[in-house]
Design a protein around this ligand. Structure first.
Ligand code: FES
Length: 119
């Protein structure tokens, strides 16, 4: 049974008082245009692959955050990876699987999925 506490008058859980463990922080856009392009389904695929490899909120894993618009909407669904500062356009479940296996597990940037960021 979960333990509910109050912080500043708000019902909350003790686990929500620390930064989750992670090696990379991944932000997937679920803003309106990326959502129209399938971002919600791609987020589920991403989460499922990471869970299968036990890489969600682990020391060598990923902190996965859904965001609102990250702005290059026309190139989305947009997914960014830190600390590498990689901006990706992921358009299919295969793209997500490759991104997980190559970058998030293997540490190798997936060059053909990168969005060309203007200097
Ligand atoms: S809605 Fe995703 S980048 Fe704008």
């Amino acid at each position: 049974m979960s333990e509910i506490i109050q912080v500043d008058g708000v019902d909350t859980h003790p686990d929500w008082s620390h930064v989750p463990e992670h090696a990379r922080h991944v932000f997937i856009c679920t803003g309106p245009r990326c959502t129209q392009r399938g971002a919600q389904q791609l987020w589920k695929t991403l989460r499922r692959h990471l869970l299968a490899h036990d890489r969600i909120e682990t020391p060598d894993g990923v902190l996965l955050t859904r965001t609102h618009c990250q702005f290059p909407c026309n190139l989305g669904p947009v997914l960014t990876v830190y600390p590498e500062r990689c901006w990706y356009g992921v358009h299919s479940h295969d793209d997500v699987q490759r991104l997980v296996e190559k970058h998030l597990l293997g540490g190798e940037v997936v060059a053909d999925l990168l969005i060309k960021v203007r200097p």
